[in-house]
Design a protein around this ligand. Structure first.
Ligand code: ADP
Length: 483
């Protein structure tokens, strides 16, 4: 497997240093130790990557779809072959347990496989004309040079689900991985280069200066589409930045997922699924539940069962056997989780499990927080309004289905929502009534390559994955022909 020095900018299939020569350090959140230094790219490096992408565009969009698909499939095979090694790199820079790190690389490969198939299904239509001497064609074509800006919580998967549809559609892409987790991105890019991707089709800018990179991407005029996953706050900045050059956007922004557990639920299944949903990646996913609403009739049993299981979750360095909850990404993440717990307790919540930072001993200088269960959460508390992004489970008791739906829809966010019920009529009422882009019924795990993933309201717009995922990288052209 390739090892990377400080030449971590990819232009024309060459790994190079930043033009400025600047670098920045990357550290392991489980230990606080430095992993290495990467190139700190700026606007000039970004423009060079756009130059290469623009030069590659005519050749790449003219490449027949099956040949583009072959490269995607080869890169997927390489990612699967290298999953154990890249998964370890991911765990070292991001913190998640190794099994989740390896799983994420395999999940990333699945996007390349899925979109390899979609590459060959970008079909047009022939529309019946309104005059007998006319014919009307509708064709779908690549949007042009594209870019992706991604977060640190899924350093491989968030890139894969942007790169794969872009390349499948015939669009070159320049990517800016999150500053905290560049190494995983470098390995994903290397797999594509090794799979035979032509020079310029993929550019990588590692950078600790997101705003500089972004202003170059949005100001250039040649970048026609940017796909972003990250905070709602930065999403708003990008909407403004896109105005000047009218850049097409997809935005997957913050979530604040409600989880409804009705009296008629299979309680053990609900306990297991809520834990899987909440504590995966130490609670640092945009589809993690942040608000669990339990119906009064089963509340006591549910709380007792989930508290016992959460108390048994093993916290530690993701490379240690048996660890299921790793560190948070940084000191700010730790402060936020602690702040939400302290605020809830000060306003009357009860802490049944956890509630504190973990330090010293095996935890060393890592950013660890105890898996936590809070009850008595109400709307005045920060945890009920803001994404915690930490291993903190907040519970509220409700009485009626109407009340539960109103609570679930009560924030400006609308990414994922979940419910457990065995009543089929309720299942449909709830699935239809939740104002969220994704709904899991009797399951807390909803991400996959073959489904349209994305939000409504302040959680953004656009869909990634599924049949529609490639549409984000295509434009529709209508051709009228007089014969
Ligand atoms: P998170 O809270 O998950 O770190 P952010 O929205 O801050 O979410 O970061 C997601 C991605 O957005 C990262 O790649 C980050 O570098 C980038 N980013 C942060 N600030 C800006 C900005 N002003 N313009 C463009 N990208 C940004």
């Amino acid at each position: 497997m390739t090892t990377f020095g400080r030449e971590t900018i990819l232009i024309d299939n060459h790994w190079i240093a930043a033009k400025s020569g600047d670098t920045y350090p990357v550290s392991n959140p489980a230990t606080g130790e430095e992993i290495g230094w990467v190139a700190d790219g700026d606007a000039a490096d970004t423009t060079a990557a756009i130059d290469a992408a623009a030069a590659a565009l005519p050749g790449w969009r003219a490449t027949v779809a099956r040949d583009r698909a072959r490269i995607l499939l080869r890169s997927a095979a390489l990612l699967r072959e290298r999953a154990a090694e890249i998964g370890r790199v991911l765990t070292e820079e991001q913190g998640k347990p190794l099994a989740e790190g390896v799983g994420e690389i395999e999940y990333s490969a699945s996007f390349f496989e899925w979109f390899a198939g979609e590459a060959e299904r970008v079909e047009g239509t022939i529309v019946p004309a309104q005059r007998s001497d006319q014919r009307v064609l509708v064709m779908r074509q690549p949007v042009g040079v594209t870019a992706a800006i991604t977060p640190w919580n899924f350093p491989a998967a968030m890139l894969a689900r942007k790169i794969a549809p872009a390349l499948a559609a015939g669009c070159p892409m320049v990517i800016k991985p999150a500053e905290a987790t560049p190494y995983t991105a470098l390995h994903v890019a290397q797999a594509l280069v090794d799979a035979g991707l032509p020079p310029g089709v993929l550019g990588v800018i590692t950078s600790d200066r997101a705003a500089d990179v972004s202003s170059s991407l949005f100001g250039d005029g040649r970048v026609r589409k940017v796909s972003f996953t990250g905070s709602t706050e930065v999403g708003r900045l990008l909407i403004k930045a896109s105005a000047e050059q009218i850049v097409k956007l997809s935005l997957e922004l913050g979530g604040h997922a409600p989880y409804l557990v009705f009296d008629d639920a299979d309680i053990d299944q609900a306990v297991e699924q809520v834990i899987a949903c909440k504590f995966r990646n130490a609670g640092q996913t945009c589809v993690c539940t942040n608000r669990v609403y339990v119906q009064r009739g089963i509340a006591a049993e549910f709380v007792a069962k989930i508290s016992a299981k959460v108390a048994a979750l093993k916290v530690g360095n993701g490379l240690t056997d048996g660890v299921v909850v790793g560190p948070l990404i940084d000191a700010d993440g730790l402060d936020k989780a602690e702040g939400h717990v302290d605020d809830a307790i000060a306003k009357g919540a009860e802490c049944l499990v956890g509630g504190h930072r973990l330090s010293g001993g095996d935890y060393g200088a890592g950013y660890f927080f105890e898996p936590t269960v809070l009850t008595g959460i109400d709307a005045s508390m920060r945890i009920a309004q803001e994404e915690t992004f930490g291993p903190v489970l907040g519970l509220t008791v409700f009485d009626t289905e109407a009340e539960a739906l109103a609570l679930a829809n009560s924030t400006p966010f609308g990414l994922a929502a979940y419910a457990h019920t065995r009543d089929h009529a309720r299942l449909f009422r709830v699935a239809e009534g939740l104002e969220h882009g994704i709904v899991g019924i009797n399951t807390g795990l909803i991400s996959a390559a073959n489904v349209p993933f994305g939000g409504v309201k302040h959680s953004g717009y656009g869909r990634e994955g599924g049949r529609v995922g490639i549409d984000e990288y295509l434009v529709t052209k209508y051709v009228a022909i007089s014969i």
